[in-house]
Design a protein around this ligand. Structure first.
Ligand code: UD1
Ligand code: MG
Length: 452
């Protein structure tokens, strides 16, 4: 079969039931717009072209899909799925095959679609057997042959009892589909052109309609309401959690984890409840992550312990480091091995070398810190003069006393010590003690002000 493959994605519906000003297909599942899920799956099939039929708020949808190579087709008035497909087919060559997907059915797998294409011959549909068929078109069979699809609103009570439903996914020879659609009318309760009517049109003409049946309700589910979207999100996340567990990750509660991107884990990683992973996150071996931690776009080395309530964004954490609780690593943070970042410490755009510690209540911004440095509690690098950012450079084996203000640009030499409470504005020589604070005085007879 050397015919070209064209994929048509229907996305012109208004999505009224979402009650949203955002087009339905741009609502996110696992941090990614519904339509992107469909586009990513479609891309895996290596089609000659992907056509997207849009209607409402086209500019917003197109803008959100700039990174894909797509042919956009407008459907001014939403006259039904059959109408939408026939508009798209005008731009598709006769000697090709067409695969029809919906922009609001995000979890279909490429493997299922490949299987459908395999069994379809000239015409095939993807059906599903589900526990609760309500809302879907029902599959009508006679002697096991597919003879039609009836929408729920047009179905008899008896037909509504059928649990085999139409997923909406069709595969067909484009010429055949064009011919079938010419015979579809709008004699139904909605006065629309239903794509589904192609099945009965084919049956009348003795054209065989093949079908692939799936049993995974979530794979074929469409999103019409926010509730359905949330249900699907949980199902998706549970699946991701189980996959990680099978690969050797210890997730304390698989129903309380969110992966909005790709999370790769080494062996014996332990993840406590309510952690969120965003974008691409890479975890090494033997890492433990405490509850309520958010990690995005970061690489965490083996043996790292991240205690509860940390926020880590675009950072690299070296092996055997200990982070948190309540630590914040901002973009551009690079920690070498065995670094300790304690509670209420914020680090941004800084490098911290092996074995150094910032244990309590500090801000480290635009800094380069050597190895085996101890930064005392409450220390702040004053990196911003109101207009520009400046760097703080600290050598190896430095001891910064508690409550220091290091006014950048500043260089602190190897082995230096600074006194607690110092505000340092000039470079600090190596191996010496530097401090800047006034002598302690006691004023005899001083009285506290009192309220009148
Ligand atoms: C459709 C099917 C139904 C199937 C169900 C699966 C028809 C008539 N019915 O019903 O058998 O069980 O999907 O989810 O096909 N769209 C357009 N232009 C239009 C109308 C719809 O682009 O004029 C798009 C929508 O944006 C959506 C898709 O087509 O992505 C399906 O439309 P929707 O209104 O959700 O159809 P359902 O009633 O769910
Ligand atoms: Mg729908």
């Amino acid at each position: 079969m050397n015919r070209s493959l064209h994929i048509i994605i229907l996305a012109a519906g208004q999505g009224t039931r979402m009650n949203s000003s955002l087009p339905k297909v741009l609502h996110k599942l696992a941090g990614k717009p519904l339509l992107h899920h469909v586009l990513d799956t479609a891309t895996k099939l290596q089609p000659d072209k992907i056509h997207v039929v849009y209607g409402h708020d086209g500019a917003t949808v197109m803008d959100a899909c700039k990174s894909y190579d797509l042919n956009w087709i407008v459907q001014e008035i939403q006259n039904g799925t059959g109408h939408a497909v026939s508009i798209a087919l005008r731009e598709i060559p006769d000697d090709s095959n067409s695969l029809i997907l919906y922009g609001d059915v995000p979890l279909l797998s490429a493997d299922t679609l490949k299987n459908l294409i395999e069994i379809s011959d000239r015409f095939g549909i993807l059906s599903a057997v589900v526990g609760n068929p309500s809302g879907y078109g029902r599959i009508i069979r006679k002697d096991n042959h597919l003879v039609g699809i009836i929408e729920e609103r047009d179905a008899s009570q008896e037909q509504r009892e059928i649990h085999e439903i139409n997923t909406g996914v069709f595969f067909a020879d484009s010429t055949l589909l064009k011919m079938l659609l010419k015979h579809v009318n709008c004699n139904n309760s909605h006065g629309e052109f239903y794509l589904t009517d192609c099945v009965s049109v084919a049956h009348i003409r003795d054209i065989i309609v093949n079908s692939l049946v799936v049993y995974d309700e979530y794979e074929i589910a469409g999103v019409n309401t926010r509730r359905q979207l949330a249900d699907m999100e949980r199902c998706y996340q549970l699946q991701k959690a189980y996959e990680l567990m099978e690969a050797g990750v210890h997730i304390l509660d698989p129903s309380r984890i969110d992966i909005r991107g790709s999370l790769s884990c080494g062996r014996d990683v332990v993840i406590d409840v309510n952690c969120i992973f965003l974008g691409k996150v890479i975890l090494g071996d033997r890492i433990t992550i405490g509850p309520h931690t958010v990690i995005s776009e970061s690489i965490i080395g083996s043996g790292v312990e991240i205690k509860s309530n940390c926020v880590i964004e675009s950072a690299i954490v070296g092996k055997d480091s200990i982070i948190g609780p309540y630590a914040r690593l901002r973009p551009g943070t690079e920690l070498a091995s065995q670094v300790r970042i304690g509670n209420y410490v914020e680090v941004k755009n800084s490098n911290i070398s092996d074995g150094s510690k910032v244990s309590h209540l500090s801000y480290i911004g635009d800094s380069d810190i050597g190895s085996n440095v101890n930064i005392g509690a409450g220390t702040i690098t004053c990196n911003y003069d109101g207009a520009r950012k400046h760097r703080t450079k600290i050598g190896n084996n430095v001891f910064i006393g508690s409550g220091n203000e290091l006014v950048a640009p500043i260089i602190i030499g190897d082995g230096a010590t600074t006194g607690a409470g110092s505000t340092l504005t000039r470079d600090v020589p190596a191996q010496q003690l530097s401090l800047s604070r006034s002598e302690q005085q006691s004023i005899v007879g001083w009285k506290r002000p009192v309220k009148k």
